[in-house]
Design a protein around this ligand. Structure first.
Ligand code: ADP
Ligand code: MG
Length: 467
């Protein structure tokens, strides 16, 4: 493949509003996948784009979607299909962020776990971009509440993962409902043969882009395994968490039951820990993820399905408390760390029988997973290890639809009622009807009282300090 001469956003023929947003956000230059796929997508080509997790694929398809939109026509023009609700939420957030100069832009999440009614209403009013999960999208297509006649582009994000999760048939049913004349785009972290066959059936003259991992990027993530027995597994986990310092750690288990059990153990030992599994209500999942993203939660334990699509900056440690059954799941798990070239560590706790699994993982990834020995003499002092999170999250009962913006919350916190200093305020995340703001633990109560008692843009909202 021929490489473009220049590697700046300015060289990509993006509209000036998009270029402005990019520089406001602070993206200095496009990532390789963005550099190669954006021109093809702008030209309307079908595409299979493959690059590893964390390489900026969302921006790669979001910008061309936004550039092609006719905002005056409040009709569905682009559809993004994602494997999980969390990922759909992230993608929708990213599209809104990049599209903030597109006045009147309507991006709708069409995911399960939310009432259908609200989605039907929003679809009736008209949206430009829908981002959804296969089941719920299909549901709307079958009810006749999602109209795709005007659609020009469909993106299957994490296509490999959707197939792994058994969404292949649903995704194909969705594709069959779409206009024949359309752009079909597959983004994927890996390239199994199932993707190839899907491409043959649903794409036309698809271009293919594969970004090989650069040496320096792979070296940012170190992979280890530790052998241990059932009886000293928990202690080995403590040892790992002590050996590899971290602000945030994500621990994977294969089953819901092991997630709950481990959460209980760690909580009893005094860790700042929560879990993410399929049993949680949507709002609970949202809260846990918001807390993990904004550093109000240090340790998160998840199953694969629930943990999919977690996008956390500065995640230093991923632990496979249980080794996944397949190497590609391992790849997805460890893709959560060492993003954007930052250093990270992935450690797998295995039984001696699982050594062959490590070998197949090495064969699949072409990267080495080194053995580390736990020296039995080193006793780990758990209380010292189980630190509080730096931040605490306040849930505010107003969001984007109430016209609440990050600046408004910041203003309320630093203004007379709140009196907080800027450095006590962390990430602010605005969702449709609610917002999350992280504040230093030391000022959490005061900040929540200030927000709840005061006004944001002249209106009163409830402010709840999350545990
Ligand atoms: P992928 O879908 O490939 O796993 P994401 O789209 O989730 O990756 O992007 C990973 C991170 O990289 C996000 O936090 C995103 O904001 C950031 N990012 C994307 N494009 C750029 C860029 N050009 N420069 C810097 N950071 C970027
Ligand atoms: Mg992605």
């Amino acid at each position: 493949m021929q490489r473009p001469m220049s590697s700046t956003f300015a060289s990509l023929s993006l509209s000036s509003p998009l270029q402005e947003v990019i520089s406001e956000i602070g993206y200095a230059s496009p990532t390789p996948i963005q550099l190669l796929s954006i021109p093809l997508l702008l030209a309307g080509k079908d595409l299979i784009a493959q690059s590893k997790t964390g390489s900026g694929k969302t921006v790669a398809f979001a910008l061309p979607i936004l550039q092609a939109l006719v905002v005056d026509k409040r009709r569905l023009q682009a559809l993004v299909v994602c494997p999980t609700r969390e990922l759909a939420a992230q993608v929708a957030r990213e599209i809104r962020k990049l599209g903030r100069k597109h006045k009147g832009l309507a991006v709708l999440e069409v995911v399960g776990g939310q009432p259908v009614r609200g989605q039907v209403d929003a679809l009736q009013r008209g949206v430009h971009v829908a981002v959804g999960t296969p089941g719920r999208l299909l549901d709307h297509l079958e009810r006749g509440t999602l109209h795709c006649e005007t659609l020009t582009t469909v993106v299957l994000d994490e296509a490999d993962r959707m197939l792994d999760m058994g969404f292949g048939a649903d995704v194909e049913s969705i594709l069959r409902c779409l206009p024949k004349e359309r752009q079909t785009v597959l983004f994927s972290a890996t390239y199994p043969s199932t993707i190839e066959s899907m491409s043959c059936r649903y794409q036309r003259n698809a271009e293919r882009i594969t970004i090989e991992e650069a040496e320096e990027e792979t070296s940012a993530l170190q992979q280890f395994y530790v052998e241990c027995g059932k009886e000293d597994k928990l202690e080995t986990l403590y040892w790992v968490m002590n050996k590899y310092p971290h602000e945030s750690a994500l621990i994977f288990c294969n089953f819901k039951a092991s997630v709950s059990e481990l959460q209980r153990e760690l909580a009893n030992a005094g860790f700042n820990v929560d879990r993410l599994d399929g049993d949680l209500e949507q709002f609970q999942r949202d809260q846990v993820l918001a807390k993990f993203r904004n550093q109000s939660l240090r340790v998160l334990i998840a199953t694969d399905v629930a943990g999919r699509g977690i996008d956390v900056e500065d995640l230093e440690l991923v632990v496979n408390y249980e080794l996944p059954p397949q190497p590609n799941i391992y790849v997805h798990r460890i893709g959560r760390t060492a993003r954007a070239g930052k250093a990270g560590v992935a450690v797998s706790l295995i039984s001696s029988r699982e050594r062959t699994k490590i070998q197949s993982i090495e064969a699949e990834t072409g990267e080495s997973v080194q053995a580390v020995q736990r020296d039995s003499a080193s006793l780990v002092d758990v209380p010292a290890l189980a630190r509080e999170a730096k931040m605490q999250t306040i849930l505010i009962s107003g969001g984007r639809k109430d016209k609440v913006r990050p600046g408004d919350i910041l203003g309320a916190l630093t203004g007379e009622a709140g009196g907080l200093r800027g450095e006590d305020i962390g990430k602010i995340e605005i969702q449709a009807r609610l917002s999350y703001v992280a504040v230093s633990r030391a000022v959490g109560k005061r900040a929540a009282r200030g927000l709840g008692g005061g006004r944001i843009k002249g209106k009163r909202y409830r402010a709840t300090l999350l545990r």
